[in-house]
Unconditional design. Sequence first.
Length: 287
Amino acid sequence: MTVQDTKAPAEVRSGAPDTEPRQLLRGQKALVTGANSGIGKATAIALGRAGADVVVNYVVGDDSAEAVVEEIRRSGVKAYAHRADVSNEDQVTQMFAKMVAELGTVDILVNNAGRQKDAKFTDMTLADWNAVISVNLTGQFLCAREAVREFLRRGIVPSVSAAAGKIICMSSVHERIPWAGHANYAASKGGIMMLMKSIAQEFAPHRIRINSIAPGAIRTPINTEAWNTPEAYHSLMALVPYGRIGEPDDIARTAVWLACDESDYLVGATLFVDGGMTLYPGFTENG
Ligand code: NAD
């Protein structure tokens, strides 16, 4: 019997040790988009624990954003919440200008904000399409552009980091795996892959590192119906060879590593953090 056959959703947790993190990001300034929920929230808190000052971007939910800020401040670093729609150019520009005014600069951008608006392709409206592309892809473009402008202005500060700046794009296994009924979402993530690689290529000579994380199935509000009943969880596990759902902290730890100098030679890569979802488990028994 496999692990996935024996565990109910609530009992299956990340096996990683809960150790005190080293201050790998001490003195760095990080902006996390969509940081009042799910993966962004866990990542913002983990960056703070690693010593970074953190801007918590969100678009709705003042209370949940303030709660994340409070949690980050418990690590003894600075944090504040900033409401901005990442698909709105003026709001993004103002968010970065305020961060430079408040914290001095930007060292790390986690381009995380994202959404789904699923529909059968023949029923998908232009509004459904634009809603997803404008946040998931255009939002990453707008935020990355502002971050790179600031990295270029400031350059490398060797006492802070070996790189002039780091961007982590939150992609998905659906930058690789087609997803019927979610053409807008899969197209946005495929677009992130080439956006990330193209700008990683353009700015690597300036010692700017741009990489992506491609999460598999992570337990967050974006996909509740995929894990919140035993039946749904069981069928989800058919796609996950490792036999458990991912937790937001699985992604947060990866983001901290990508943001720090321990990953200094990693440029233009996508890390699949997916419990083996992209190993095509349907082929395990000879296809
Ligand atoms: P979530 O719904 O918990 O969080 C999404 C966040 O994005 C929220 O804070 C939301 O308010 C924010 N957001 C949405 N529109 C925004 C806008 N216009 N401006 C600013 N913020 C906005 O979902 P999550 O699972 O934590 O998703 C985070 C990222 O991870 C997304 O890019 C998603 O595509 C990606 N991802 C998630 C999974 C998963 O299984 N949960 C898998 C692969 C990729």
